[in-house]
Design a protein around this ligand. Structure first.
Ligand code: UDP
Length: 327
């Protein structure tokens, strides 16, 4: 019998990309999982395979409003939030509310249930970073009133209130700073670079590179991220920890990789760089290595292959839904 039998975890954003993978992992580890999502950006298709399990229950609820879950909770993972620049540009107020009011509600719930809570923070707290690679000690370079401010500042507030509950109430808290992550169940139309490029290649459209494509990102495969989060939750470290893959690449190089992967003969075309788009991003993962004994295992070549297989397996109509759902 699993050592985790009878332990109960609440996962918010359960129908989203990361939330759904976390649900799978905790079910696999023997936990009872309570999923919660308001389904604004999440999709029940990501968790429909779990509904037949007695270890899984689901609440259709917006955590920005008072959250009630009957029964005990051992852990809370707060993963509800729009997380792609296009999403939080289209729904800025909800983005601010879920990171601030939503986090406050869940911290209150954690306190009431005597549960440990892990909140999903982000490399966006570093803004357009002037320190490279980014260590957890770096305070960031964020424009609070720019288009990304609604996400970045909500997440910075989230970290502040989480630490306040830790120091003032003695609540057991964990903060993960997530860098760009990819894998199956990303929304093909979420506007992020990876689904954008793969969708374009599959439809035979040119790849839209923003700016001159010299900006960098470091992409982590979702299974690696989930492993890091799992270890962080079970650790006793309350300060923020970067989880990401340090392998850094420019967007032009990334476009080339996608063209090679898909065997597509389309071109790369250049479009204006969105405002405040970070020029470089790479996690320093020394802390995760030391404290969690964690580092990523899945190479970009392997991760991209698995992700491409997933996108190819979707029904063809998904591919034509290239327009964003809020547009
Ligand atoms: N990007 C791009 N073409 C696209 C979408 C995004 O060149 O169709 C660029 C974007 O400007 C950014 C990088 O890819 O520099 C990663 O963007 P994404 O939206 O995936 O996430 P971010 O890391 O900016 O939050």
């Amino acid at each position: 019998m699993s050592a985790n039998k009878g332990k109960r975890v609440l996962i918010t954003g359960a129908a989203g990309f990361l939330g759904s993978h976390l649900c799978d992992r905790f079910i696999k580890e023997g936990y009872d999982v309570v999923g919660m999502d308001n389904l604004i950006t999440g999709d029940l298709a990501n968790i429909q395979h779990l509904f037949k399990l007695k270890e899984f229950e689901f609440y259709h609820h917006d955590v920005s409003k008072f959250v009630f879950v009957p029964g005990k909770l051992d852990y809370i993972l707060h993963f509800a939030s729009p997380a792609s620049p296009i999403d939080y540009l289209k729904i800025p107020i909800q983005t601010l509310k879920v990171g601030s009011l939503g986090t406050h509600n869940l911290l209150g719930l954690a306190k009431a249930k005597n549960a440990r809570i892990l909140v999903a923070s982000t490399s966006e707290v570093y803004g357009d970073p002037t320190v490279h690679p980014q260590t957890e000690e770096y305070w960031g370079n964020v424009n609070p009133v720019g288009p990304r401010g609604v996400y970045d500042e909500a997440k910075r507030f989230q970290e502040a209130i989480t630490m306040a509950y830790h120091t003032y109430h003695g609540l057991e808290t964990r903060i993960v700073r997530i860098f760009n992550t990819y894998g199956p169940r990303m929304r093909l139309n979420d506007g992020r670079v990876l689904p954008a490029f793969i969708g374009q290649a599959l439809r035979g459209e040119d790849l839209t590179v923003f700016g001159d494509g010299s900006q960098t990102r470091s992409f982590c495969y979702v299974d690696d991220l989930v492993e890091g989060i799992y270890r962080l939750l079970l650790s006793n470290y309350a300060h923020p920890v970067n989880i990401g893959n340090p392998s850094e690449i420019t967007m032009c190089e990334f476009g080339e990789e996608i063209l090679k992967l898909t065997g597509s003969s389309v071109k790369m075309v250049f479009k204006p760089l969105p405002q405040d788009d970070p020029k470089q991003r790479q996690p320093d993962i020394s802390k995760a290595r030391e404290i969690l004994g964690w580092e990523p295992k899945v190479s970009r070549a392997e991760g991209l292959k698995r992700t491409y297989e997933y996108f190819k397996s979707l029904p063809p109509e998904e591919l034509t839904k290239s327009a964003h759902r809020f547009s």
